[in-house]
Design a protein around this ligand. Structure first.
Ligand code: BTN
Length: 245
């Protein structure tokens, strides 16, 4: 398990709120947004009892088997689409830099190793009377989760499964935070968009979205997926689950 003092020392000067157990790091981060927590503050836990995934799903892992954290951002509204790309890209590049093979991003932001999900990202914005007050970026990474006997056996993977050397959660966290910090400086740059787009692993392939089979042909500047039906009709998808094939 993590330790407050070690986290504070290792991540100094970043503000860190650590909990052995919490409902959801995103929920607390959204509360902290209203209490003037600065950009870069993270909420991190060893276990979540009400961890949330995309599309209203739950996200659960046994204590100490994942990285479960949320970063706070204060940013202009125009940067919100980039925040979504940031999380997936930072995790994807971290794993690549560690020498892990076949790492890619399944649109919009699932990080995969060999086509299996290793990390998910949940960005959420906070508004006050129509004005953006800030945003949070929740990241969950399977580090040593054992999927062998789980329903996700064929669709999920842990970082440890793809590495010959033991994965240390604190080391992995520091590497991901370093990538996040590096990209935050260039949130609005074409470079970030191109790096994210370059790691998408299903462009050019046939996918099924909400029962409709079409070809994923590109993403637009806001990160929406552009699909082409067999008759060439284009569709723009901003959120949802896509299946390969
Ligand atoms: C997804 O559905 O792929 C997104 C999963 C996001 C999970 C992370 S774990 C840390 C943070 N806190 C939450 O409640 N959810 C996110």
């Amino acid at each position: 398990m993590f330790n407050s003092q070690v986290l504070a020392a290792e991540l100094h000067p970043r503000q860190v709120r650590y909990f052995p157990q919490i409902a959801s790091t995103n929920d607390l981060a959204l509360t902290l947004l209203n209490q003037s927590a600065p950009t870069g503050t993270i909420v991190i836990a060893d276990e979540q009892t009400k961890g949330r995934g995309r599309l209203g799903r739950t996200w659960y892992a046994l204590p100490g088997t994942s990285l479960l954290f949320t970063m706070i951002f204060r940013l202009p509204q125009s940067s919100l689409p980039r925040l979504t790309m940031l999380g997936g890209l930072a995790v994807c590049e971290t794993l690549q830099h560690m020498g892990i093979q076949e790492v890619g991003i399944k649109w919009a932001n699932d990080v995969q190793i060999r086509g299996r999900k290793v990390a998910g990202v949940l960005p959420e914005a906070a508004w006050d009377g129509g004005k953006l007050t800030g945003a949070v970026l929740g990241i969950g990474v399977n580090v040593t989760v054992d999927f062998a006997a789980s329903p996700f056996r064929d669709t999920a993977i842990s970082v440890q499964d793809a590495s010959d050397t033991p994965i240390d959660r604190l080391d992995l966290l520091k590497r991901i935070l370093a990538r996040l910090d590096a990209w935050v400086e260039r949130l609005e740059s074409d470079h970030l968009f191109e790096a994210w787009r370059g790691n998408l692993n299903m462009i050019g392939q046939y996918v099924t979205v909400e029962g409709r089979r079409s070809k994923a042909i590109r993403v637009d500047d806001d990160g929406a997926l552009i699909l082409s039906d067999e008759d060439g009709t284009l569709h723009r998808v901003i959120a949802g689950d896509i299946l390969l094939g």
